[in-house]
Design a protein around this ligand. Structure first.
Ligand SMILES: C[S@@+](CC[C@H](N)C(=O)[O-])C[C@H]1O[C@@H](n2cnc3c(N)ncnc32)[C@H](O)[C@@H]1O
Length: 340
């Protein structure tokens, strides 16, 4: 029977915490070996999997049994292993934010504590998105996992958005268009522009076509820090600012502020940091440290977003709740008092 963490002895609790790395590492390595993809067509024997992954069968079977215990794969009689719903998406873990690269980044936690600086660039010699660009497979897996997340969140985000009266929307850092497709589907009179890095938007036409909104959506490859398409009614930054430190976040907001039509809006969708000392805030502590190590960023409070908006010449005009949880849509309007 599974021990209750509340009544577990301190020693057992500590051992469990300290050993948790075994779970992460097993899953990351299995993902990089391509175990999930190999099992897509059905069960395989351990020797066949060992051949396909160029690994030692004697060690691999131990890994496979561990993965079976974690319900990542299914163990069948005769040293055969089959797929599960988790193994079908296992490859997505081999991405920069959760796989080998994240492992190496967290390994440099002592250096971050010593220097007070994020460590991704030092460990990998490139910033997160530069690395995604120069490592196509890991970049593609990151995008796939991001789009899957976007697909889950999009309906409630769009429920909470109010685009009435807007004839055009630019989705800045919009990935491959999953969220923008949902927006345009719900607002048939609105046109869209999808802006993201060139290697990201390469996959967008297929997403937009599948959603049946290609004719109302333009794809604009580019670096939003350098500029955004000019003259739309709404600029949306969904889950973008959490990747950036304050300077770049202000720059992104300023680009939008400089491009938006008079009377238009700049909207930010993010998880707000819950108040200090609450269980909700404590629940985000691990992710908050992750944000710091990878991007030097953090979960921001409403007051911190208000400050960023102000620095970009925007006033925070409205805060909308997104279903349950800590997601919010922050609506900024041009601060007519600011001289930009
Ligand atoms: C966490 S994803 C969010 C994607 C999408 N907005 C969503 O809500 O699902 C952050 C996005 O920002 C994009 N991005 C990063 N740096 C960028 C830049 N300099 N210019 C444009 N997009 C950028 C990434 O490629 C990625 O698609």
């Amino acid at each position: 029977m599974e021990a209750d963490p509340k009544t577990m002895s301190p020693d057992l609790k500590l051992r469990r915490l300290a050993n948790a790395y075994q779970l992460s590492r097993a899953v990351q390595v299995a993902a990089r070996l391509g175990i999930g993809r190999l099992l897509r067509d059905g069960p395989m024997s351990c020797p066949d999997l060992a051949r396909a992954t160029a690994t030692d069968g004697g060690v691999l079977i131990r890994l496979l049994r561990f993965l079976a215990e974690l319900q990542v794969v299914e163990e069948l009689p005769g040293n055969v292993f089959g797929p599960t719903p988790v193994s079908n998406v296992l490859h997505r873990v081999d991405n920069i934010g959760q796989g080998e690269e994240a492992w190496a980044t967290w390994s440099a936690l002592p250096e971050a504590l010593e220097s007070g600086r994020p460590v991704f660039s030092e460990v990998h010699g490139q910033s997160f998105y530069e690395y995604a660009q120069s490592h196509p497979q890991q970049g593609a897996n990151w995008r796939e996992s991001t789009e899957a997340f976007a697909a889950g969140l999009a309906p409630s985000l769009v429920d909470a958005l109010d685009l009435s009266g807007a004839a055009s929307v630019v989705d800045v850092g919009g990935g491959q268009g999953t969220l923008l497709a949902e927006i345009l589907r719900r607002y048939p009179d609105c046109r869209g522009i999808l802006l993201d890095l060139p290697e990201v938007v390469r996959g967008a036409p297929a997403v937009l076509k599948k959603a049946g909104i290609s004719r109302r959506c333009e794809v604009s490859p580019g670096d939003a820090l350098e500029g955004v398409p000019v003259g739309a009614d709404v600029y949306l930054l969904s889950r973008v600012l959490f990747n950036w430190q304050d300077e770049q976040a202000v720059r992104l907001l300023s680009r939008c502020r400089g491009a938006v039509n008079p009377g238009g809006r700049v909207m930010v969708a993010e998880v707000l940091s819950p108040p200090e000392g609450t269980p909700e805030r404590r629940a985000l502590a691990g992710a908050d440290l992750h944000h710091f190590l990878l991007w030097g960023s953090k979960f921001r409070t409403l007051a911190e977003y208000e400050t960023l908006f102000g620095r970009a010449g925007l006033v925070l005009a409205e805060v909308r709740e997104v279903g349950a949880g800590d997601w919010r849509i922050l609506e900024g309007r041009i601060d007519l008092g600011s001289r930009r």
